[in-house]
Ligand binder design. Structure first.
Ligand SMILES: C[S@@+](CC[C@H](N)C(=O)[O-])C[C@H]1O[C@@H](n2cnc3c(N)ncnc32)[C@H](O)[C@@H]1O
Length: 234
């Protein structure tokens, strides 16, 4: 028997793989050349005016946690050039794919973090975000793993701190136990209200919704997406 200490985790809320297949040359090049310029420097305090993070004027700020293939983030960034986006994704292959697209499209309104989103949430100033997207987060379907889900009391406190009053938290999932889990956590959080008034509100995606890769897979496999929108109360 050994008495070696338990391995400590480097991140609080990321449990997945960081690397998949070997990157193609353009993706490896984008990672080396473009990421350093777009990556947030969490070693320094966040600027008092978050808008100064982008080289273009921005009037709103939006965070997407776990952007995966990046289809949604890219689409939203193209659709709203005067919104500053922060995209977070620890999986290097996904980050490299997005960087290649950002470079090809010449987008200037995206900044990135390639690690656990809790690090960005703790770095951001109070009441600085208009919108947080958490789209198809890792579902952790087994009950013994539910505590790994990104939606938790502590992460909702983080969201409440960084969202502006009136700001929104949008959540999508195809896993009914995760949808119920999220509704139950938000229902007891005093700083959030669920905006739905009728079933169509959680069955219909948001305006301009481009879908995501994970959502397409869920639909192909016969699962039904659910879209929840919560408001950060004043
Ligand atoms: C099921 S995938 C969904 C990806 C994408 N949103 C979509 O709908 O296709 C969940 C993503 O969240 C990322 N992720 C997991 N934990 C995270 C964390 N703590 N911070 C940021 N991203 C995380 C994973 O790397 C993965 O890409």
């Amino acid at each position: 028997m050994t008495n070696s200490p338990r391995r400590s985790r480097a991140t609080e809320a990321f449990y997945g793989r960081r690397k998949g297949k070997t990157l193609k040359t353009p993706q490896a090049e984008a990672l080396a050349a473009v990421l350093p310029a777009l990556r947030l420097d969490l070693g320094k305090p966040a600027p008092a005016s978050l808008a100064s993070l982008w080289p273009v004027p921005v009037s709103r700020v939006r965070l997407e946690i776990g952007f995966g293939g990046g289809e949604h983030l890219l689409h939203r960034a193209q659709e709203a050039p005067d919104t500053g986006f922060i995209g977070v994704e620890p999986f290097i292959n996904s980050m490299a794919k997005l960087l290649t697209a950002i470079d090809a499209e010449g987008l200037s309104n995206i900044r990135l973090h390639d690690d656990d989103a809790t690090q960005v949430l703790d770095w951001l100033p109070d009441a600085c975000l208009d919108h947080i997207d958490l789209l198809y987060p890792d579902p952790w379907p087994k009950k013994k793993h539910w505590k790994r889900r990104f939606v938790s009391a502590v992460n909702l406190d983080r969201f409440a701190r960084v969202l502006k009053p009136g700001g929104v938290f949008c959540f999508a999932s195809d896993i009914d136990t995760y949808v119920n889990w999220t509704l139950a956590h938000l229902a007891v959080h005093p700083q959030f209200a669920w905006r739905a008034e009728k079933a169509a509100d959680w069955r219909t995606p948001w305006s301009g919704w481009p879908g995501t890769r994970y959502e397409a897979k869920a639909i192909r496999e016969g699962r039904t997406p659910c879209y929840l929108e919560f408001e950060r109360l004043v």
